[in-house]
Design a protein around this ligand. Structure first.
Ligand SMILES: [Zn+2]
Length: 154
């Protein structure tokens, strides 16, 4: 599936690259990523300025269970709906969006049915529960190294 739910473990939900950067730096980085992505949502292909108003900068993570490391693997530009599906538990919790609209978007992008969504959601929740039992170390890798060197040269 192109667009998958990625639920971040409870313990690391608030750990992200953005918090290590000033709002200005984050906007700068987010703009660079949008430019690289040609102002297009990397999952559904909608274009900023044409189909949608804005793009979000999404952090992609890899989970290395045996070593208990949650690693930042990249950044990608996503539209609001794709981004909310990625973090659907979070979106729901905050009551930000109507869930049925997100499910419709999920089905359209992945060309699947609502029943397929339900299966995928169940799987994502099970994975999330398993990952919640792990005490993760978060690695921001090159992104944060690059950020630190930027701050030093300022
Ligand atoms: Zn999208």
């Amino acid at each position: 599936m192109k667009l998958e739910i990625e639920l971040i473990p409870d313990s690391t939900m608030t750990v992200n690259l953005r918090q290590y950067m000033s709002p200005y730096r984050w906007r700068q980085l987010s703009r660079r990523i949008q430019e690289r992505d040609q102002y297009t949502c990397q999952l559904c292909g909608r274009v900023k300025g044409l189909d949608i108003d804005k793009l979000h900068c999404h952090e992609s993570w890899a989970f290395d269970e045996p070593n208990r490391i949650q690693r930042l693997t990249g950044l990608q530009s996503l539209c609001f709906q794709c981004h909310m599906i990625k973090h659907i538990g979070f979106a729901e919790m905050n009551g930000w969006v109507e869930k049925y609209q997100l499910i419709e978007h999920f089905c359209r992008v992945n060309e699947v049915t609502a029943a397929d969504y339900a299966v995928h959601f169940q799987e994502a929740v099970l994975l999330w529960m398993a990952r919640n039992r792990i005490d993760w170390t978060v690695e921001l890798g090159d992104y944060i190294a690059c950020e630190k060197s930027n701050q030093e040269t300022e």
